[in-house]
Design a protein around this ligand. Structure first.
Ligand code: FCB
Length: 436
C-alpha cells in the first residue's frame, strides 16, 4: 500500500441525516412508519442517537477528529410540523446548530430533503401529489430566510433515485408500495421539478441578501452497474435500469431536461441547474435478467462466492474501483465540480473501515491526478444511526453509539480518518498503524 497526498484545497468531513440521528420528532413520516412496526426489530426513530439534545457534544467530537466540512439535513417536519404552521423552536434549533458548527470551524452543507418529511405531506400522497413541488418550495423559502445568511451550500434532495425505488418499488419506505411504476415516475418528475425550482429560488433569495457564493446541487446515488452475463435481455435491462435510476435524474436535475417517460421539454428553460454534483457511492450492482416487466426485466444481485472480506455487514460488495468508474463517467458528461457526498461501510467490528477509506481515497486521488475536479469527501457517517428500515444493527459510524447510554466512542477508523482530515495525506506510518 502506498502513501497518498491530497491537494491542500481538498476538504474532508462526514455526513448524517436528521431522522437517522436526532430522535424526538413525532411529526415525521418515519416516526409513523416506526409505529407500524416497519423497521427491523420493531425499532423506532424516536430516540435514535439523541443528537437533537447532544449537538454541542457531537460537534466537540467532530473537532476531535478534525472534520472540516459536515453534511447534515434539516428536518422538514420540525420546521413545518403541521401544514402551513411554522415552528420557531425548530427553526431556532437549526440556526443555533449551524452557528455552533461555524464557530467550531466546520463548514456545513445542508440537505433539504433526506428521505423523510412531515406526516401531513405523507398523507396527501407525498411526492406523487402535484402540489408537492409548491409545498417543498415554501419550506425551502422558510429555511433560506432563517439560515441563508450563514450557509452558502445546499443539497436540495438526497438520492431521489433510491428514494423512489425504496418507496414505490421495494416497499421499504413509507407508504411501502411495491412495483408501482406509475408512482415511481410521477414522484421522480415532481422531485426533479422541485429541485429545478429550488435551485432558482435559493440563488435568487441569497442574491437579494447580497451573496454571490451560493452553491446548490443534489446528492445522487450512483451505483456501478454491470451485467452478470452477456445476454441480450440482461443488457437491455441494464440500459433500462441505468436510464430510470441514473440518467433520467441527471438529465432532469442538471440540464433541466425532462425526457420520456416523465416529459419531453425543458420546463424551466435550457440551463445548468447544479453548481456541483454530489455523488453517493457504496457498491457495485450486478444485473441479472428477470421476467418482471415492472422491474424492467432485471434483478440486482451481489456476485456469488465473494470472500467475506469483500462484503460489508449488510452483504453489499466492497468495490472501490466503482467509485472511480462512476465519477469519471459523470464528470465526462457534465464537467461539474464533484463532491463525494456519501461513502461508507456498515462494519460493527470496525475491522474493514480504515482499509475501505484508504481504498476509496486512492480512487479519488487517481481521479484528481487525471484532472477530474473532485473537491470534497464526506464519509457516511459521523455516528452510528438508524439505517432506515434496517434499523440500528448496521453500524456506519466513525463514532460508535451505545444506544442504551448514548455514550459515544471514537472508533479506531475514526482516528485514522481524523488524521487524514488533518494532514490531507495517508502516510506509511498511518498505514502501518491503522490498516496493516
Ligand atoms: C444512503 C442514504 C443514507 C444512508 C446510506 C447508508 O442511501 O442516503 O441516508 O442510509 O445510504
Amino acid at each position: 500500500m502506498k502513501p497518498i497526498t491530497l491537494p491542500k484545497e481538498f476538504l474532508l468531513g462526514s455526513a448524517t441525516a436528521a431522522t437517522q440521528i436526532e430522535g424526538g420528532d413525532k411529526n415525521s413520516n418515519w416516526y409513523h412508519w416506526s409505529l407500524k412496526g416497519k423497521i427491523a426489530n420493531n425499532e423506532s426513530s424516536i430516540i435514535a442517537a439523541d443528537h437533537y439534545n447532544r449537538v454541542e457534544e457531537d460537534i466537540a467530537l467532530m473537532k476531535d477528529i478534525h472534520q472540516e466540512i459536515y453534511r447534515m439535513s434539516i428536518e422538514w417536519s420540525r420546521i413545518e410540523p403541521e401544514e402551513g404552521k411554522w415552528s420557531q423552536e425548530g427553526i431556532r434549533h437549526y440556526q443555533e446548530e449551524i452557528k455552533a458548527l461555524i464557530r467550531a470551524g466546520i463548514k456545513p452543507l445542508i440537505t433539504l430533503h433526506h428521505f423523510s418529511h412531515p406526516q401531513w405531506f405523507e398523507e396527501i400522497g407525498q411526492w406523487t401529489n402535484s402540489d408537492s413541488v409548491g409545498y417543498f418550495l415554501r419550506f425551502t423559502e422558510k429555511v433560506i430566510e432563517s439560515i441563508g445568511r450563514d450557509v452558502n451550500e445546499y443539497c436540495t434532495i438526497n438520492e431521489p433515485n433510491v428514494f423512489v425505488t425504496d418507496t414505490f418499488m421495494d416497499g421499504k419506505y413509507p407508504p411501502g408500495k411495491r412495483d408501482d411504476i406509475i408512482s415511481y415516475f410521477k414522484a421522480s418528475k415532481n422531485m426533479i421539478l422541485a429541485h429545478l425550482k429550488t435551485y432558482r429560488l435559493i440563488h435568487q433569495m441569497r442574491e437579494s441578501m447580497g451573496y454571490k457564493d451560493t452553491m446548490v446541487g443534489i446528492a445522487i446515488h450512483l451505483a456501478y452497474f454491470e451485467v452478470s452475463e452477456e445476454k441480450m435481455l440482461t443488457k437491455l435491462s441494464k440500459k433500462l435500469m441505468d436510464y430510470s435510476f441514473h440518467q433520467m435524474f441527471l438529465n432532469g436535475m442538471i440540464d433541466g431536461h425532462l425526457k420520456f417517460p416523465i416529459g419531453s421539454s425543458y420546463p424551466l428553460g435550457k440551463g445548468v441547474y447544479c453548481d456541483f454534483l454530489g455523488v453517493n457511492y457504496y457498491s457495485r450492482h450486478l444485473i441479472h435478467s428477470s421476467n418482471n416487466p415492472a422491474m424492467l426485466f432485471g434483478e440486482v444481485r451481489v456476485e456469488e462466492g465473494l470472500s467475506e472480506e469483500k462484503l460489508n455487514d449488510l452483504g453489499w460488495e466492497i468495490y472501490p474501483e466503482g467509485l472511480y468508474k462512476v465519477v469519471k463517467e459523470v464528470y465526462n458528461l457534465y464537467k461539474l465540480p464533484i463532491y463525494i457526498t456519501e461513502n461508507g461501510i456498515p462494519d460493527a467490528k470496525d475491522s474493514k473501515r480504515a482499509r475501505f477509506i484508504y481504498d476509496h481515497i486512492l480512487e479519488i486521488d487517481k481521479l484528481i491526478q487525471e484532472g477530474v475536479d473532485v473537491r470534497r469527501y464526506y464519509h457516511w457517517s459521523l455516528l452510528d444511526n438508524l439505517e432506515w428500515n434496517d434499523g440500528f444493527t448496521p453500524r456506519f459510524g466513525l463514532i460508535e453509539v451505545d444506544y442504551k447510554t448514548q455514550e459515544r466512542t471514537i472508533r479506531n477508523s475514526g482516528y485514522f480518518f481524523g488524521e487524514l482530515c488533518r494532514r490531507k495525506e495517508i502516510t506509511q506510518e498511518m498505514i502501518a498503524k491503522y490498516i496493516e
